[in-house]
Design a protein around this ligand. Sequence first.
Ligand code: SR1
Ligand code: MG
Length: 406
Amino acid sequence: MSHEYEFLTEANIASYITAHPELQQRIDGADLAEIREIGDGNLNVVFHVRDRAGRSLILKQSLPYVRMTGEGWPMTPDRARREAESLVAHGAILPELVVEVIKYDTERYILALEDLSDHRVWRGALNDGEYHEGVAAQLGRYVAGVAVGTSVLGSERGEVADMAARSQNAELCVITEDLVFTEPVFDIGRNTVLPENEADAAALAADLSFATAMSEAKWRFMTHAESLIHGDLHTGSVMVRGSGQRGDDADSVKVFDSEFAFYGPVAFDLGALFANYAFAAARARALGDEQRAAWALSLIDQTWAGFAEAYLAAAESWHETRLFDAAFARRRVAETLREASLFAAAKMARRIVGAAKVADIQTLEPSLRAPAARAVLTAARALAAGWTEVSSVSDMRTVLDAHLLA
Ligand code: SR1
Ligand code: MG
């Protein structure tokens, strides 16, 4: 099939770089040493490019379809612009926590990014048993910074309206609406589980209280245009650097891959992180490491504390402190925690039964995977059943600990 723009290939990357001065300044396209396709996500192609002087960058291109499935699932390549613009907006607020955008090519949907190959993807590090302490708290601070800085709490009313208009991202939101909220309950043929988990998936789909919770989650996702959220903040959207040894803080944390960004509920990003900590805990438990499972779940407390502290601190001096006063900020924090529990439940279930899964669980051998998947599903159902009652992070931990720790 022919497409309206040229795809990046190993053969044309050198000339692409030399033709763009912003890129040629960062790396010599005429003297390249290595080009590697490193994309491991569901949507795009990603090249790591290095020249003979050792300088490097990343070129990420959106295809007009979903890479995971191929051309049968068309998808707007303009998602790369959402990613570029959201990375720039988030980077203006928290430059130390967001990957640098070098250039965005609107014609070929190519994003040039700083090379973070001295970092590793956090999911991979977690799956290898590494620690990188402090990352979870930094991510809480990131979510709070974005929550305030891109909303009417931290920016001019008119700027927020313009940004919200530019950040409409319906096609990618529909992916989330379908895969995260609807399909775990109403399978349209994309769900898969191990035979040992078929009864668990059926019980999830038959759970009326889970379906009710998902209706609330989907409604909030579609209508609560609070801030320019990341939209897909799982542990595969975070790079970390450091020894990874227990007790050693990561020395760098960078968020990337925000093509799902749109004006949505702040709690969605927190729920995504919480769900991914639950996967890390389920994996550790399946591998017999109870201590690590408890550590993985403690990341929930750390992200939450990082978020709440930064959010309440920002409330002291944000734009409007008359009605949006300290009591208002505390109410927002309380509601955000409840909603984060709800979204975490959705995210946990979708990665077990739905179309796009996570390596934390998938790389377990089937005899370990089935009970781990079952534990995540029962935890998701319990969280969904009680999300309206969550009034502290320990309420949420009580539910998760009961299902994911021995
Ligand atoms: C078709 S895209 C599948 C999933 O990959 C992304 O990471 C999002 O989570 C999306 O739901
Ligand atoms: Mg992604």
